[in-house]
Design a binder for this molecule. Structure first.
Ligand code: SF4
Ligand code: SF4
Ligand code: SF4
Length: 491
């Protein structure tokens, strides 16, 4: 009861949202008579009846021999749920077979727009047709009650004809929705919500169980309609993800992310504006020593490393180096660049490729497993997100002897961190090209290439293009020892 409700606080490092889904109750759609006629049920209600062994007409307990199932109730409907609920065709077929098992001479009609059955469910679809389930392509016109019977009028679009029948049961294949409270909880837990109310995954291909909020995992039907075996796989992936995060005992112990040196922050707010996760906050502070009243109040960034998704976008944008990833600082990356480019020179032109550890890495993996060829004069450096690479990093690579520099990133709108890391990288590349052109180098020495996570040909084509440019453009001013003032300035 409400009196028993008690608010408790517990300390935790992670929260798993495994709250499943709920079935849409179409009480507001008059034509189905759901909630008004007791012999109109949903598939879930029919499943309960079947598992309890109580298949009978709810209105009078009479036997059930004639059943009509109506597909896509509330699904594929602009007013309720725009897309397909994926599970309900299979539910309808499963329930039909269960009824036939109990009542072999039952007449079952399924009125559908399309039958959508994934995987091996195609086999039970065939089995149901073989056992006499009648699939009718069309729509329900109306349902009404007369003389103690349920009347259904439907339109058969293949025969272009209306029919009227009096079934014992009407079963609605209702839309699959996220459970109540999912949207409300998003404000507290910080995850994002899809248009249809399900929890938004961080990145559909590679980080499916993660949400926008680090430490909040979402698995199973709460993210989208799923069959049991899919939800189990999802849960295993979520558990693995948590295990990795918590192996040090708590997230705090192993947190990878941005750390801030407040003394170096000049309050430009670039990090707060561009962080795809909204992590940096600008906090107002008072400079006690400042006498000028207007200058007294300053804004300084604040970053909670636990919320950070470790993309490095803020680091590449920060003008003072105040925010840096605790596992890939500027100094660390520059040392890596120098070591990687050892031996590069006019006689051995090298193309340096920064690649995103989340998306392009899969492509490069495929290149390796397929034993595809690309020039040996290529060097690869992984970064957590293409957006981690700054203009300075690109210039540093050229200063260290690279002939050409490229970034391998994901396609537009496919940034795995759910943000615009790839677009930030594009800006860095564009500006680096402009700088190079302005100082008399050739901007063509730098470029960015987009690819999905399984497009090895696009990767090798990009590498070949940059290696070709290295040869065509010849030695860089660094190789020739004529970079002069720019080298001084860059130092
Ligand atoms: S699974 Fe079938 S019934 Fe459900 S929304 Fe998709 S097409 Fe309609
Ligand atoms: S590393 Fe990425 S997620 Fe973390 S604060 Fe910086 S921009 Fe935001
Ligand atoms: S980008 Fe750097 S200097 Fe600017 S507010 Fe963020 S941490 Fe401070």
């Amino acid at each position: 009861t409400e009196d028993d409700e008690e608010e408790k606080s517990i300390e935790t490092s992670a929260i798993v949202m495994a709250t499943g889904f709920k079935e849409f109750k179409p009480t507001m759609i008059d034509e189905y008579r759901y909630g008004k006629n007791p012999d109109v049920l949903t598939q879930f209600e029919l499943s309960c009846m079947l598992s309890e062994g109580t298949l009978a007409r709810p209105s009078d307990g009479g036997e059930v021999k004639d059943i009509v199932m109506v597909q896509c109730v509330g699904s594929r409907d602009e007013e309720y749920k725009r897309d397909c609920s994926k599970l309900c065709c299979t539910f309808a077929i499963d329930n039909s077979l269960s009824i036939i098992e109990r009542v072999p001479d039952a007449k079952i009609r399924i009125i559908y727009m399309d039958i959508r059955v994934p995987f091996e469910h195609e086999m039970i679809y065939k089995e149901s047709r073989d056992k006499g389930v009648d699939y009718i392509r069309g729509r329900i016109s109306r349902i009404w009650e007369k003389d103690g019977k349920t009347h259904v009028q439907f339109y058969d679009s293949l025969l272009n004809q209306y029919f009227e029948i009096t079934p014992d049961l009407v079963v609605l294949s209702s839309a699959i929705l996220p459970p109540d409270g999912t949207r409300e909880l998003s404000e507290t837990l910080g995850y994002l919500i899809e248009d249809d109310g399900h929890i938004k995954e961080l990145y559909g291909k590679l980080r499916r169980t993660e949400t926008r909020r680090r430490g909040v995992i979402a698995v199973g039907g709460v993210t989208r309609p799923q069959f049991v075996f899919e939800a189990v796989t999802d849960a295993q992936a979520g558990a693995l993800m948590l295990h990795t995060e918590l192996q040090g005992g708590s997230i705090e112990g192993v947190a990878r992310g941005a750390v801030l040196d407040v003394d170096d922050c000049v309050g430009c707010s670039l990090c707060a504006q561009q962080c795809p996760r909204g992590v940096p906050l600008m906090i107002e502070q008072t400079d006690k020593e400042e006498e000028d009243e207007e200058q007294k109040f300053i804004f300084i960034a604040s970053i909670d490393t636990l919320l950070c998704h470790a993309c490095g976008v803020c680091q590449s944008l920060c003008p003072t180096g105040a925010t840096q990833l605790n596992f890939l600082s500027n100094d660390q990356l520059w040392s890596e660049i120098e070591a990687t480019l050892e031996g590069a020179g006019p006689d051995y032109p090298i193309t340096l490729c920064f690649y995103c550890e989340e998306c392009s890495v899969s492509t490069i993996d495929i290149v390796g497993t397929r034993k595809m060829n690309y020039p040996a004069s290529t060097r690869l450096i992984p970064v957590p997100c293409a957006g981690r690479v700054s203009i300075i990093d690109i210039l540093k690579a050229l200063e260290s002897g690279a002939s050409t520099v490229m970034i391998a990133a994901c396609e537009t709108d496919r940034c795995h961190i759910g943000g615009t890391g790839n677009e930030i990288a594009q800006v860095q590349v564009d500006v680096a090209r402009e700088i190079l052109t302005a100082i008399g180098w050739n901007g063509e020495r730098v470029d960015m290439f987009r690819m999905f996570s399984a497009e090895p040909e696009r990767f090798t084509t990009a590498i070949n293009e940059m290696v070709k440019r290295s040869k065509e453009l010849g030695p860089t001013p660094v190789h020739k020892g004529t970079s002069g003032k720019w080298m001084e300035a860059s130092k």
